[in-house]
Unconditional design. Structure first.
Length: 485
């Protein structure tokens, strides 16, 4: 156990400060100052862990992270053992330690009467320290099974599945239609939340372990699903939930109205030094973002860095995140998911706001968008949310970003080419072991689960890998932290 009286000696959380807003808005670097700044308080923060008889943080984390164990090891300064215990359950703590909403902290028992342990910051400190000390080395399999696996999609689910299967001795190729590997971590999440060096150095490890990468190949088009089936012994679908939820209001076809992912994809490419002709940019514009989730807040931080004249985020929710009591620990409050560093940086937020129409500069359905008509959202007794008549008003809008979430995966080619069955919500259907109706084809991450979180994608990737390994080898020793039921 970490310091047995630690939580009595240190009652408050201490975290490294975020970089000042006026400084970080001038660049795209991580808003957090982690290892660079040093954290003299880290040991005592890890020492606040009570090592509870029943550590609810384990259950709070889909990966079942062994949190009290690595808190203890950090408190003792045993970094090599700490990264071993962390890697035992999580392939990519550098991602979760940065962008997970940390359900573990909402489950921390200390949170009943004190602010919870700073678990996420301890996690990211372990992995950063491990990379800095050269403790993250390739784990090359000692024997090859001769089985081949194609993983389609290179987000956190696909990468976790690929790393587990490669280490189990299978020959794994990851197919990705984008020009670079990483899924939403590469082209969705901006650098100010996750700098791409963290993906690149993990890929270096994976390549050295034997995983092969095939970027720029769209399965279903460049190579058919049938061809893939013929070439590999098993397939893991990890194609994400990429179909954006759309609005159906007048004026949707106006120039300047975009789905958020088109905007973020281009912005991330430009930050990576790529040439994007006719980039959608917020520079000098009045920007309106529709949707107050992760995607919306990433658009906000991006628009502010591009030099928007103003940014207004519209959300139909009732409660602003600021109403969340500080360190809201338990029970998990869904509002937690809406708080992000971007909200500290600027912009206006309007709650209970329903979009009624977009107005164009050449009439209401032509030219470029110039304004957005909104109305106060009314909650009807049956739960429906509708615009309240008589409350309509117009706000300036020269760039509108629709960030209303995702309805599910793209499945046309999958159903047509190999007859994959879908759920009634449009996700890829699977049994509790992540197997689809097509023998040898498994699914992990948002493609099967629906729009979710990085930590769930990694957990599902690991569990699907165990199922594939058992399918190919008859049994598996790989861990399966979650089931798909
Ligand atoms: P994805 O990451 O979506 O990867 C799927 C990949 O499959 C994509 O790269 C796609 O190009 C590829 N693909 C699709 N079809 C094909 C095909 N036919 N052939 C080849 N390749 C294909 N979660 C958090 O926990 N914290 C956050 O802060 C957070 N921020 C987010 C911000 C944004 C803007 C978005 C959109 C999501 C965010 N999420 C966040 C959610 C998180 O990113 C996803 O839950 C997670 O990435 C899902 O992982 P995945 O591997 O299932 O799919």
């Amino acid at each position: 156990m970490a310091d047995p009286r630690g939580f009595l000696k240190v009652r408050d959380r201490e975290l490294p400060p975020n970089r000042p807003v006026e400084v970080r808005l001038r660049d795209w670097k991580d808003v957090h100052a982690h290892l660079e700044e040093g954290q003299p308080f880290l040991k005592e923060q890890a020492g606040r862990c009570m090592d509870c008889g029943i550590p609810f943080c384990h259950n709070g984390c889909p990966l079942g992270n062994l949190i009290p164990e690595w808190n203890d090891l950090v408190w003792r300064g045993q970094w090599a053992d700490a990264i071993d215990r962390l890697h035992a359950t999580n392939n990519f703590p550098e991602f979760t330690g940065r962008i997970c909403p940390a359900p573990c902290e909402s489950s921390c028992v200390l949170g009943i009467n004190q602010p919870p342990v700073t678990i996420k910051n301890v996690e990211v400190s372990i992995i950063d320290e491990a990379f800095a000390r050269g403790l993250v080395t390739p784990q090359v399999p000692t024997r090859l099974t001769g089985h081949t696996v194609a993983v389609v999609g290179s987000g956190p689910a696909g990468l976790a599945a690929a790393q587990q299967l490669t280490r189990a001795g299978h020959t794994v190729a990851v197919y990705e239609r984008d020009d670079e590997i990483g899924g939403l971590l590469r082209y969705g999440v901006p650098d100010f939340k996750l700098e791409k060096v963290h993906i690149d150095r993990r890929l270096e490890q994976m390549r050295a372990e034997g995983t092969r990468f095939r970027p720029g190949v769209e399965v279903g088009r460049d190579v058919t699903w049938v061809q893939l089936q013929a070439r590999y012994d098993a397939i893991v679908l990890a194609t994400g939930a990429t179909v954006a939820r759309r609005l159906t209001v007048p004026g949707l076809g106006l120039d300047g109205v975009h789905v958020a992912m088109d905007y973020l994809h281009q912005a991330n490419a430009v930050v990576a030094g790529k040439d994007v002709p006719d980039q959608i940019t917020a520079e000098g514009k009045h920007v309106v973002i529709i949707g107050g989730g992760d995607t919306g807040s990433d658009c906000l931080g991006t628009a502010l860095r591009q030099g928007a004249a103003s940014v207004t985020t519209l959300a139909i929710g009732k409660r602003p995140p600021t109403e969340r009591p500080e360190h809201q620990p338990w029970p998990t409050d869904p509002v937690l998911f809406e708080v992000s560093s971007s909200h500290e940086e600027g912009g206006e937020r309007t709650y209970l706001a329903s979009t009624v129409a977009f107005l164009g500069d050449e009439g209401d359905d032509a030219g470029h968008v110039r304004a957005l008509r909104l109305a106060t959202t009314e909650y009807l007794p049956d739960g429906r949310r509708v615009p309240m008549s008589g409350t309509e008003r117009d706000i300036p809008a020269e760039l509108v970003l629709v960030a209303m979430g995702f309805t599910g995966p793209e499945t046309e080619d999958l159903t047509e080419q190999i007859g994959i069955e879908l759920t009634d919500r449009g996700a890829v259907a699977r049994d509790e072991d992540f197997a689809t109706n097509v023998p040898g084809v498994f699914v992990a991450g948002d493609a099967g689960r629906g729009q979710s979180l990085v930590v769930w994608a990694i957990a599902e990737g690991r569990a699907a890998a165990a199922a594939v390994d058992a399918y190919l080898s008859g049994s598996s020793e790989l861990p399966a932290p979650v089931s798909a039921s």
